[in-house]
Structures are given as structure tokens and as C-alpha cells.
Ligand binder design. Structure first.
Ligand SMILES: [Zn+2]
Length: 248
């Protein structure tokens, strides 16, 4: 899975890039030559993350720190591999740290997926993500809680968005113009039959009600572009996108 598409949004604080792949997305915030990486795809996508960094004319050595939305394998896997190689710090919501270290795992497992695994869409997805390491339970032993202050290139600001996992975090970038929403609000998913802003399927949510409340909190944001954890970049009012997702 080396195919990716890059969407970008410019601002006074630098450029925000959404790297979109068919299975998972990640984000690069560039300020001068310094980078913040948010999430990093599946373990098997670490090389694709490196390709995407080169594609914007940067180097992995430019990463000053990384952020995690949540500790699922499709967001943490590639990031953990790159952290081990390049040694940058990876920060997240304090609640998510133990999850990232794999003190416990709040991830859909075979029992959650088996009832829907007969669907062609789910089978295709499993075929695509199995070689990328979907079954990996490896964690991020060096996971850290947000420092105070959180001073990273592009000045990302955490927005608590609990529910998909207990400590899931979204991030505002570009002075609040871009919401990096992780899996709290997506614009598509390989196993979803609909396109556009939506909540991820209940089978993949740790706490469905809390996840809904997080999306409700997005309806007060001024962001004008959504960088989701899955699905393409969405340009338009994030508040309206959140509203649409809640009323599907
Ligand atoms: Zn995900």
C-alpha cells in the first residue's frame, strides 16, 4: 500500500498536510523546516509515511515531535516503528498513554468483526490490512502525556474527543482552521458503504455514547477543513459536518 494522496492547507503558522491512503491517514504539520507528525498508519505503512515526508520536500530527521489521536494499530503502528528509528517524542492525551503502552487494548478483535466478516466490503478490507499488520498488538513503550506547554511545529492544540477509545484526542491546527479528527469523525472507511462525514461503526467504538458526545462538541468549532483518520480531506464547515454525521 504505497499509494497516497496529499491534501494541504496553508496558514501563517505553516502548512498542514493530510496524507490519505485507502486504509488509514496521517498528518504532517510543517513550520519552516520543522515537522510534527500526527499518527502513522499501520505498522506496514512506516515506509509510506517516509515517502510522504519526502514528497513534501522534508526529511524524517525534521520531525520535532509526534502526536497520537488514539492507540489503535492503524494509527500507532507506523508511528511506533518510526519513533524507534528516529527517536522523536510521541505525545497523547494522558488517558491514552497506558493504552499506547499496551497495559490494555481497546481494539475491535475477531469476536467484534466475525459477525460482519461475511460482507464483501469487510473481506476486502481484511485482505488489504492483514499484510499491513492489523493483528499486531505491539505498543509504544515510550508513549508520553502532553507536556505543558505543548510546543510543536504548526502549534497543534489538543481537543479531547473521548469515546472511540477512552483517551482519544483530536487536534486543531492552522490556528483552528483545520480539525485533525482521528476516528472521532471520519469522511469514509473501507468497510463503510457511505461517503462523507460520518461516525465510525458501533462495532469499532469503545463507548458509543461518549463518542457521540464528542462529535456534538465539534458542532461548536470554527474549523473549515476536516483532516479525518479515514476517508479523504473534507473542505467545509466542520461544525456542519459533525451535525450531518450525528443525523445520518
Ligand atoms: Zn482508525
Amino acid at each position: 500500500m504505497s499509494h497516497f494522496r496529499i491534501g494541504r492547507v496553508e496558514s501563517d503558522t505553516g502548512t498542514a498536510y493530510l496524507v490519505y491512503t485507502e486504509v488509514a491517514n496521517w498528518v504532517l504539520l510543517q513550520e519552516g523546516s520543522d515537522l510534527t507528525l500526527i499518527d502513522g498508519g499501520y505498522p506496514g505503512q512506516a515506509k509510506t509515511v517516509l515517502e510522504s515526508i519526502r514528497a513534501i520536500g522534508a526529511r524524517p530527521e525534521d520531525i520535532r515531535g509526534a502526536l497520537l489521536t488514539h492507540a489503535h494499530v492503524d494509527h500507532l503502528g507506523g508511528l511506533a516503528k518510526l519513533q524507534a528509528r528516529y527517536g522523536f517524542d510521541v505525545y497523547m492525551d494522558p488517558i491514552e498513554v497506558a493504552h499506547a503502552r499496551r497495559d490494555y487494548l481497546q481494539q475491535a478483535d475477531v469476536g467484534d468483526i466475525a459477525p460482519i466478516a461475511y460482507r464483501p466490503r469487510v473481506l476486502r478490507w481484511l485482505t488489504a490490512v492483514t499484510p499491513l499488520g492489523v493483528l499486531s498488538r505491539a505498543g509504544l513503550p515510550d508513549a508520553q502525556a502532553f507536556p505543558e506547554p505543548l510546543d510543536l511545529p504548526g502549534r497543534p492544540q489538543p481537543v479531547a474527543a473521548y469515546g472511540h477509545t477512552d483517551g482519544h484526542s483530536a487536534y486543531l491546527a492552522n490556528d483552528g482552521a483545520v480539525l485533525v479528527s482521528g476516528d472521532a469523525l471520519v469522511s469514509g472507511h473501507p468497510i463503510s458503504s457511505v461517503a462523507g462525514p460520518q461516525c465510525i461503526g458501533d462495532a469499532f467504538q469503545h463507548d458509543v455514547d461518549e463518542a457521540r458526545r464528542s462529535v456534538e462538541s465539534f458542532t461548536t468549532l470554527d474549523a473549515t477543513t476536516l483532516f479525518p483518520g479515514h476517508g479523504p480531506m473534507y473542505r467545509g464547515s466542520v461544525a456542519e459536518a459533525a451535525d450531518r454525521a450525528l443525523n445520518r
